[in-house]
Design a protein around this ligand. Structure first.
Ligand code: ZN
Length: 242
């Protein structure tokens, strides 16, 4: 099966639509959380994701914060501002839909979480040491994560050197070896200094992961962020991908 793997859309509908168009026809869509937060289009993004067939979704920290499940003082001031704004603007129907999303899902040989298998909502997996500790927290061959907004993978090699951090993957095809944690990067707010929307196509028969990037109209999103009086920083960072 061909799976479209998405994460960290962050209410950026223009990026999401560019990814959906670029990905073309797929058998399933797996979404690794943070559909909302930061960006100007939370209702539109929730509705677009809800409308996708064969969808599996896990909850992100921004989604959880909008639902009131995380204390807002855990967030940077600018992120907090967007969470309040999102909470006020989301329709009851979209909030109720978000509230049903679980923190962890298992599909075939894949565990799906937003942050890490050890702490699905909050832990950032950026270094091999924390990644190595997390292999004890999932039993499937593969674990898909988001949250850091950086495309990367950690493969369990040996007890002495338990994880390898490969370089960010840009349009790279990788044959996944069993016991790998992998992140497709962010659709709506990339942070690896490449402003293009990031996503992946996963072939579950061959275990082939194709990391992809796609250009979208960043300026139109920045304009909507400023018009909504969301923090300017959320608009500025999209141009540089940080
Ligand atoms: Zn995020």
């Amino acid at each position: 099966m061909q799976i479209l793997v998405l994460s960290d859309i962050h209410a950026n509908l223009t990026a999401l639509d560019a990814v959906l168009e670029d990905a073309g026809t797929v058998d399933e869509v797996w979404c690794l959380g943070d559909i909302v937060g930061y960006g100007p289009d939370p209702n539109e993004c929730v509705q677009r994701i809800r409308s996708l067939a064969h969808l599996t979704c896990v909850l992100g920290n921004h989604d959880a914060a909008v639902l009131g499940r995380i204390p807002l003082d855990a967030f940077h001031q600018d992120a907090r501002h967007a969470i309040y704004w999102t909470r006020a603007i989301l329709t009851r129907e979209n909030l109720e839909w978000l509230a049903e999303i679980p923190e962890k899902q298992t599909v075939e040989n894949f565990t799906l979480v937003h942050g890490s298998p050890r702490n699905p909502i909050w832990e950032y997996l950026l270094d091999p040491v924390s990644a190595a500790q997390n292999f004890a927290y999932f039993e499937t061959d593969f674990c898909l994560i988001g949250h850091t907004h950086i495309p990367l993978q950690f493969a369990l090699i040996s007890p002495e050197y338990p994880a390898r951090w490969t370089q960010p993957m840009v349009r790279r095809q990788v044959h996944l070896r069993p016991r790998t944690i992998i992140n497709p990067g962010s659709v709506g707010q990339p942070r690896d200094h490449d402003p293009r929307a990031a996503y992946a196509i996963l072939d579950t028969e061959e275990n082939i992961w194709l990391a992809r990037r796609v250009l979208y109209d960043i300026e139109s999103v920045q304009e909507r962020i400023l018009n909504a009086e969301l923090p300017r920083r959320h608009a500025a960072r999209l141009s540089d991908g940080w």
